[in-house]
Design a protein around this ligand. Structure first.
Ligand SMILES: CC(C)(COP(=O)(O)OP(=O)(O)OC[C@H]1O[C@@H](n2cnc3c(N)ncnc32)[C@H](O)[C@@H]1OP(=O)(O)O)[C@@H](O)C(=O)NCCC(=O)NCCS
Length: 121
């Protein structure tokens, strides 16, 4: 396993946040904003990942909605997200959060095509 820490000036605010269960403090995964892969600093990318034992309990959707609210407050005009076309769960989360497929996709023979979605704030 590889662990790395990004300093505040390397990630757009509010950065990547650890998601914990209220009360117990159990770490469930992370959710937050990362740099836009196309270099568009106005529109960072929403990213999330959860431990498999906690999948399908609404955590990605709930934490994604909180990050979107924060991004809106911070004044971003929109958010992007890139996701593999085969990643049905992630696409469903983004759909529930109001992201729409832009039709832009990047072909990747090895990992599967990547789709670009976006949401106006
Ligand atoms: C994608 C991921 C973040 C989703 O997290 P989560 O907390 O389980 O998401 P939620 O519970 O909020 O929502 C999941 C939705 O996907 C649906 N879903 C899950 N697996 C599915 C599948 N194989 N086919 C269709 N829908 C699926 C669930 O039913 C749910 O939709 P619903 O509320 O309409 O029933 C999680 O699976 C994960 O960490 N995956 C590995 C890392 C990853 O793919 N990160 C995203 C990179 S862009």
């Amino acid at each position: 396993m590889e662990i790395w820490i990004l300093s505040d000036d390397q990630v757009p605010a509010p950065g990547l946040l650890v998601v914990q269960r209220r009360g117990s403090g159990t770490g469930l995964g992370y959710c937050g904003l990362i740099e836009n892969s196309t270099g568009n600093t106005e529109e960072p990318e929403l990213a999330f990942e959860f431990l498999q034992e906690f999948w399908n309990r609404g955590y990605a959707t709930e934490s994604g909605a909180a990050v979107i609210d924060r991004a809106r407050t911070l004044g971003y005009p929109g958010l992007a997200s890139t996701v593999r076309a085969w990643n049905t769960a992630s696409l469903r989360v983004l759909e529930k959060l109001g992201f729409v497929n832009t039709g832009v996709h990047e072909h990747d023979e090895m990992h599967g095509d990547s789709l670009l979605l976006r949401k106006s704030l």
